[in-house]
Design a protein around this ligand. Structure first.
Ligand code: COA
Ligand code: AMP
Length: 630
């Protein structure tokens, strides 16, 4: 069937379409129907089914006689290690860990925070939770203790599973002190912690609270898979919103299994047994969906890569991994390719490796700029597929569905809506706009299976953040347009979220940190364009009257403060002191105008601006930092 027929069928008969897809999943009890809409606009999928994620991702492959197949390849250039884990071995390891968690009282519905680097044990911890129906929440290692504490207080975990350390090029990330600090700061205290001691650093355990990963599994009964309802939360993943309080995106079990499994053949065009590599981190949604769950649910081999595209040891690392492990599909953020291209523009490293096993490259997480796509196409000579999605959705809203039909590529567009996604471009008042006209991107409800049904313990915030602005629709927070052929173009966020090296960050959260500095009276953070990371945060500080301290010193302090409070991942290194901020007469800071000035883009001075002269002062300050070039 052609893409347009599959797409039309998915919208005409969602019930039939998704029940058909659900047959690829092993259910303990098949759901009687797909969509449950009695609480619209809150929707659920497969609610009355009973199912277990770990069974589908691990055990069923062993039962089917494929236990010897490699499930996980760990390739860690930063530690010089490699390891392969078969499905059989994975089943035993996960059952044992799950049994130990259960023996300590972790049950279906309990929450567990996982704070681990890119090691197979991170996936094992996720799967062990899924095995017993516990709800995990993985926190990215690049966040500071304070961010971890915020998540501990929101998720209220019974247990935290962490590693002793992570390895970044040139430094060790001491996870254990960060964890101890976070628990100290948080109001909620976990009952116990499980620490995976890495060779690179053995952490000090707190007697009675912390247990060693291996020791605590000794002598326990392995756990069987506990079936859960289709609507049971599989996990919570925190993501950046407008304020410093992150949003706990809830992932429902049944829809997650069905939808992710569907994407593997239809979007990524892989078969069970193929090697699939998502070069991201388990702390992000890409890592949840495409390092851990989807490849395993579908029976692929997944690559867990602990390294960077450049510098570990060089710009040829990706090609080495592809050749060595026979990677068929690679998924990464455009920033990784920009980094490789910058180091090796001619692609000389590529010539040293045979990457003929690679059939396609998939990019997501931020806008894929045409130069990078073209470079990847020229060098790799495989389709380069930009696809658009969000933490909230868990998989692609728009893509080029290679497994259904390879559509012609339009560089700059993540192609077309995927089945189940009724994408609309709306004006401020919620009316559809014609093709080619920029508007807010919304999706007509219900969203397809596997997408967020709510925010963790925050239904009112869910309704307000996503469903209120355009009744009957989900508001994506992205702006863009559709062309005459139905191809989508994602142009910008409509909120205060920026995208730094494919990492989603809140400028609002950074402003809260800057405002906490004793000399700062007022501040604003914007995202400025960056050739490598896509965007970088840049802060403007207005100081308290009478402050005579050196500006450079204050800038240094706020940079350190953001690193301490949010973490290195914020990449906040640019700030400048200004006398005033440009505002509307009603007091709204004109961040978008400042961002346009910084990027040297044309802009119209807002009619509501309080005092247009301030914009020249802002331009001057930005030029001092090397931005706002004419
Ligand atoms: N734990 C602790 N610190 C981390 C971390 C982790 N898991 N991941 C990143 N950091 C730190 C980095 O060390 C860096 O710290 P520094 O300021 O001391 O240098 C900082 O956070 C910023 O990280 P990032 O923006 O990712 O830059 P980088 O230097 O690690 O990597 C590139 C830069 C150029 C290699 C980048 O292009 C890249 O590939 N980033 C990863 C993209 C990605 O996987 N995105 C996920 C979405 S699909
Ligand atoms: P995250 O929730 O971290 O996955 O970030 C989601 C946001 O990243 C989206 O709302 C977009 O703003 C941006 N994004 C993701 N994929 C793309 C893409 N292919 N093109 C443009 N922007 C993207």
């Amino acid at each position: 069937m052609a893409y347009k027929d599959v797409y039309a069928a998915s919208l005409a008969d969602p019930e039939g379409f998704w029940m058909e897809a659900a047959r690829e999943i092993d259910w303990e009890r098949m759901p009687t129907r797909a969509l449950f809409d009695t609480r619209a606009p809150l929707y659920e999928w497969f609610s009355d089914g009973l199912v277990n994620t770990c069974w589908n991702a691990v055990d069923r492959h062993v039962e089917a006689g494929r236990g010897h197949q490699t499930a996980i390849i760990w390739d860690s250039p930063v530690t010089g290690s490699k390891r392969a884990i078969s499905y059989y071995e994975l089943r035993n390891r996960v059952a044992s860990l799950a049994g130990a968690l259960r023996a300590k009282g972790v049950e279906k519905g309990d929450t567990v925070i996982i704070y681990m680097p890119m090691i197979p044990e991170a996936l094992e911890a996720m799967l062990a939770c899924a095995r017993i129906g516990a709800i995990h929440s993985v926190v990215f290692g690049g966040f500071a203790a304070n961010e971890l504490a915020v998540r501990i207080d929101d998720a209220r975990p019974k247990c935290i599973i962490a590693a002793s350390c992570g390895i970044e090029p040139g430094r060790t990330v001491h996870y254990k002190p960060l964890l101890d600090g976070a628990i100290g700061m948080a109001t909620h205290k976990p009952e116990f912690c499980v620490i995976f001691q890495r060779e690179q650093e053995v952490a000090q355990l707190i007697e009675g609270r912390d247990f060693n990963w291996h020791g605590f599994q000794y002598g326990v009964e392995p756990a069987e898979c506990v079936p859960v309802e289709g609507s049971h939360p599989a996990y919570i993943l925190y993501t950046s919103g407008t304020t410093g309080q992150p949003k706990g995106v809830v992932r429902p079990t049944g829809g997650h299994l069905v939808a992710l499994n569907w994407t593997m053949r239809n979007i990524y065009d892989v078969e069970p047994g193929d090697v699939y590599w998502a070069a991201s981190d388990v702390g992000w949604v890409v890592g949840h969906s495409y390092i851990c769950y989807a490849p395993l649910i579908y029976g692929c081999t997944t690559v867990v890569f602990e390294g960077k595209p450049v510098g570990t040891p060089d710009a040829g690392t990706f090609w080495r991994v592809i050749e060595e492990h026979g990677v068929r599909a690679l998924f990464t953020a455009p920033t990784a390719f920009r980094a490789i291209k910058r180091e090796d523009p001619k692609g000389e490293f590529l010539e040293k490796y045979d990457t003929s096993c690679l059939k396609a490259l998939f990019l997501a997480g931020e806008r894929a700029d045409p130069d990078t796509i073209q470079w990847a196409l020229d060098k790799l000579k495989v389709p380069v597929i930009d696809h658009w999605w969000q933490t909230e959705t868990g998989y692609a809203i728009a893509a080029n569905p290679l497994g259904i039909e390879a559509l012609s590529v339009k560089i700059g567009s993540p192609s077309v809506p995927m089945p189940g996604w009724d994408v609309r471009i709306l004006d401020e008042a919620g009316h559809p706009v014609p093709a080619g006209t920029l508007g807010a991107i919304a999706v007509k409800l219900p969203l397809p299976p596997g997408t967020l049904p709510t925010l963790w313990n925050a239904e009112a915030r869910f309704l307000k953040s996503y469903l209120e602005h355009f009744p009957g629709h989900y508001e994506t927070g992205d702006a863009g347009y559709v062309d005459e052929d139905g191809y989508l173009y994602i142009m910008a966020r409509t909120d205060d979220v920026i995208n730094v090296a494919g990492h989603r960050l809140s400028t609002g959260a950074m402003e809260e940190v800057l405002a906490s500095h004793p000399d700062v009276a007022e501040c604003a953070v914007i995202g400025v364009s960056d050739a490598l990371k896509g965007q970088l945060p840049l802060g403007f500080l207005c100081l308290n009257a009478g402050t005579t301290r050196d500006h450079a010193e204050i800038v240094g302090e706020v940079v350190a403060l953001v690193r301490e409070k949010i973490g290195p991942v914020a990449a906040f290194k640019l700030a400048t002191v200004v006398d005033r901020l440009p505002k509307t007469r009603s007091g709204k800071i004109l961040r978008a105008t400042m961002a346009k000035i910084a990027d040297g883009e044309a802009f119209r001075t807002p009619a509501t601006i309080d005092d247009p002269a301030i914009l020249d002062e802002i331009r001057g300050a930005l030029q001092g930092l090397g931005y706002a070039k004419a």
